[in-house]
Design a protein around this ligand. Structure first.
Ligand code: NAD
Length: 520
């Protein structure tokens, strides 16, 4: 294997440059020209159809069918697990160097197809240009990072020495991993969980989200081109409640890598805990779930920087990030001044179709998301003062204005439940310690941010603010692979720390071997 350079995060594209913008515009046109095409399931390297179909829509323009996908039956879901289980019999012995080489190739192909992938994120997930570009850059980072990590942990590791023996330990793969990603990072999260499983020697059955199967298919094509053998990777869209449950419950499933809502994560955990007839292991589940993240602003904070960060954290990708700043907790001394800085910023946000580079916010993902968020806006009108936004229009796409509720009680529904849309609750606190208490008072614990000029207060937050990813004097979204291992506490999940040094270990089991040399 050639010498591998140190990991570097994939740079973002600068669309203010005409050449970059022109290239993306051409890619958007190319993807749009493919709208309506039908895509197969991929099981054991074979392209397969199913009776029921799944339509993927453009959330900026719900009249546009991005693609027609198969809705796998329970039988097809079971078949995919069995095929993956058979493929594991050989794939598990593939040397780590070869697995890593394929993963580096995945990164290279993704770079080559970058704008096409970005265009898919724009048209199928409703991401604005820079958000879509960041999603794809993160997926490339996962390929590059996990390939290096697999090499780091892939060989025999020394243990504590023992006289007269040679003890060692190796991380070996688990078996069939069912990967169930959400739609909100349709490229990055889907890729991250899939790549981690494959590069550690597992086989994968991927059930993409029904909102964004098209991006999943692009990744499937890339894995095929990179040379993953038939059956090692299987692409099986379908309903969560039927095909998804079948995959989770199958006795040959060894692990489930899930990212999504708390409700579904808990349901999967419960189902996976039941040993099925013929099952000979305890299934492993990693479940990364929702958030109700707080951005705390202290009386010593730089209020302009904090207001800008609050806007970006709350409304980037329409507030549909698990890390979104859906609560803004303000020290009472700066409450009015901060709200005066935040509200005009929010009112200036331009909402429009995601493929229009002038839009700072695009649509929310679907009709059901739209209805649920509009429902929360009605709740919010009784729980706080509407300071910005509140309007919504689903006549063409699923557009909701960025909405700020002020004077919200920390225990109000809009301050406790994950809304997963462009709605944030501004909450007053009596003092700094009280602000941290409020930040900690939900069942979640994913991300958080503190803006403060006081070293003592920063140190206090490092110790007392209970969340998986704490950001100090910066926004609470935008975790970078390698630098910010990502995962939450409490009902935000199992804290698997995607993109960190501990992540791949979750896809392995450690085998300890010791040998006593024969006496000559
Ligand atoms: P969701 O829970 O509705 O769906 C997630 C995935 O689970 C989808 O692929 C869906 O088809 C599948 N699914 C649904 N029911 C299933 C079942 N019974 N069995 C098997 N699979 C099933 O979540 P979503 O709407 O796609 O995503 C949004 C949620 O994801 C939010 O709560 C967000 O906070 C969370 N999220 C968390 C993280 C994190 O790292 N913690 C990252 C991104 C998103």
């Amino acid at each position: 294997m050639k010498k591998i350079p140190p990991f570097k995060n994939e740079p973002y594209q600068d669309f203010s440059k005409k050449a970059a913008a022109d290239k993306l515009r051409a890619a958007i046109q190319k993807v749009r020209a493919s709208f309506g095409r039908e895509y197969p399931l991929l099981i054991g390297g074979k392209e397969v159809k199913s009776e029921q179909k799944l339509l993927s829509l453009n959330p900026s323009n719900k009249g546009e069918v991005v693609g027609v996908f198969q809705k796998a039956s329970v039988e097809q879901a079971n078949q995919a697990i069995e095929v993956a289980s058979k493929a594991f019999q050989t794939w598990q012995y593939e040397p780590v160097e070869k697995r890593a080489e394929r993963m580096f190739k995945v990164a290279r192909i993704m770079r080559r197809r970058r704008n096409e992938l970005v265009a898919w994120c724009i048209l199928e997930a409703g991401k604005t240009w820079p958000e879509a570009d960041a999603d794809v850059a993160e997926a490339i980072d996962f390929a590059d990072w996990y390939a290096r990590e697999a090499l780091r942990i892939g060989s025999w590791q020394p243990t504590y020495p023992f006289p007269g023996e040679k003890p060692e330990q190796k991380y070996i793969p688990l078996g069939v991993v069912v990967v169930i990603p959400p739609w909100n990072f349709p490229s990055a999260i889907l890729s991250g969980m899939t790549f981690a499983a494959l590069v550690t020697g597992n086989t994968v059955v991927l059930k993409p989200s029904s909102e964004t199967p098209g991006i999943g298919w692009q990744i499937a094509e890339i894995l095929m081109e990179a040379g993953f053998p038939n059956g090692v990777f299987n692409f099986v869209p379908g309903s969560g409640a039927t095909a998804g449950n079948a995959m989770v419950e199958h006795p040959r499933t060894r692990m489930i890598a899930f990212t999504g809502s708390m409700e579904v994560g808990l349901d999967i955990t419960r189902r996976a805990a039941v040993a099925q007839p013929g099952q000979i292991w305890i299934k492993r589940v990693i479940a990364e779930m929702g958030g109700k993240n707080a951005l705390v602003v202290d009386d010593s904070a730089d209020l302009d920087a904090a207001a800008e960060a609050a806007k970006v954290s709350a409304f980037g990708y329409q507030g549909q990030k698990c890390s979104a700043g859906s609560r803004i907790v303000l020290h009472k001394k700066i409450y009015d001044r901060f709200v005066e800085k935040l509200v005009p910023r929010v009112k200036r946000i331009r909402v429009g179709p995601a493929d229009d580079p002038a839009s700072w916010m695009g649509p929310v993902i679907s009709q059901s998301a739209f209805d649920s968020i509009v429902g929360y806006i009605s709740v919010g009108k009784n729980e706080g003062t509407l300071a910005a936004g509140g309007e919504a229009d689903d006549s063409r796409g699923f557009f909701i204005q960025p909405t700020v509720f002020a004077d919200v009680d920390p225990h109000a529904r809009i301050a406790q439940e994950e809304i997963f849309g462009p709605v944030t609750a501004v909450i007053p606190a009596k003092n700094y310690e009280h602000a941290i208490q409020i930040a900690n008072c939900t069942k979640f614990g994913l991300t958080g941010a503190v803006f403060s000029g006081s070293r003592k207060h920063i140190e206090y937050a490092k110790e007392r603010f209970f969340c998986g990813n704490l950001y100090l004097n910066r926004k609470c979204t935008g975790a970078m692979v390698g630098a910010h291992p990502f995962g939450g506490f409490n009902m935000s999940g199992t804290d698997s720390k995607a993109g960190g040094r501990d992540y791949l270990l979750l896809f392995t089991q450690a085998k300890a071997v010791t040998e006593k040399p024969r006496k000559k």
